[in-house]
Design a protein around this ligand. Structure first.
Ligand code: ADP
Ligand code: MG
Length: 270
């Protein structure tokens, strides 16, 4: 692959990432050992932003794949396509990453079927190879290649979980919603609302997060707080903004909506 094509996967400007603990150093050490890493945590807590930041910091190209249950091994590895000349092989995102020495980020890998997940196994042990069975090629991963997966333990079920044989190929970093002060800074920075407004949004989220397991499957994410702040910054009334971004996406249960709406009006009384 040409230099120009590699460039398209590079992150040119520093992504805004607010560290929450020692995750930057730990990740750097893991990358130094080219160790596969699993990022665990609820949706919208900063996992993807962290990977983008680390790829930028390490100067590596980043190839992200959003995994889903319809995904096949060919979607990752590649397939033969028909064109005028006949059949041509087209590398999938995992193969491209292995060839160019990118960080390959498989987002929500649990969503993929297990027969898809196993294709990453030979890349995660000392062999660092990727067999392209249909093409009859064994790709030796570039020395800078690294595999990163994300995983939401909250969605874990017996049907949908990673096999131990997959899990135990990764070092893991736990992610969670950032501490109050840090999360307030993030909301401010991402949206331009003032510190007081950002602080109120974070307080509302804390109330909702306490309801997790008591009628809510998942708390209000940092991502949703950023949405709320963006609407408020555009001049939307805060109560309406919160209803649209913090309450309605989360639940359809009328009682739970009332509870959350009440939390919103506590902080943004009209
Ligand atoms: N530590 C952080 N530093 C900067 N922004 C963050 C951080 N955590 C969360 N965010 C904000 O929250 C949004 C959602 O985070 P994201 O990384 O997409 O979540 P995840 O991948 O865990 O679902 C980001 O777009 C960003 O605005
Ligand atoms: Mg993500």
């Amino acid at each position: 692959m040409s230099e120009q094509n590699i460039e398209q996967y590079k992150i040119s400007t520093e992504p805004y990432y607010q560290p929450v603990s020692d995750e930057v150093n730990l990740y750097e050490a893991a990358y130094g050992a080219r160790m596969p890493v699993m990022l665990k945590g609820p949706t919208g807590c900063g996992k993807s932003r962290f990977v983008e930041y680390m790829a930028w910091k390490l100067g590596r190209p980043l190839i992200t794949v959003a995994c889903n249950e319809d995904m096949t091994a060919s979607d990752l590895v590649g397939r033969f396509l028909l064109d005028k000349e006949g059949t041509v092989w087209q590398d999938g995102p995992l193969t491209i990453a292995a060839r160019i020495g990118a960080i390959c980020y498989l987002d929500e890998v649990v969503e993929a079927r297990q027969d898809t997940t196993v294709v990453i196994h030979p890349l995660t042990d000392h062999r660092r190879v990727l067999p392209l069975d249909k093409k009859g090629e064994l790709v030796q991963a570039h020395p800078d290649f690294q595999l990163v997966i994300s995983y939401n333990p909250g969605y874990q079920s017996l049907m949908k979980d990673l096999k131990q044989s997959t899990k135990q190929r990764f070092a893991a970093l736990d992610f969670d919603y950032p501490a109050e002060e840090i999360e307030t800074q993030i909301v401010q920075h991402e949206t331009g609302v003032d510190a007081e407004t950002a602080g109120k949004l974070v307080q509302i989220a804390h109330r909702a997060r306490n309801l997790k397991g008591h009628g809510l499957d998942e708390g209000i994410s940092t991502r949703l707080l950023v949405y709320a702040g963006q609407l408020i910054a555009k001049g939307v009334d805060p109560v309406a903004a919160c209803s649209m971004t913090l309450v309605r996406p989360l639940t359809d249960d009328p009682d739970m909506r009332d509870t959350l709406d009440a939390a919103v009006t506590t902080f943004f009384a009209s």
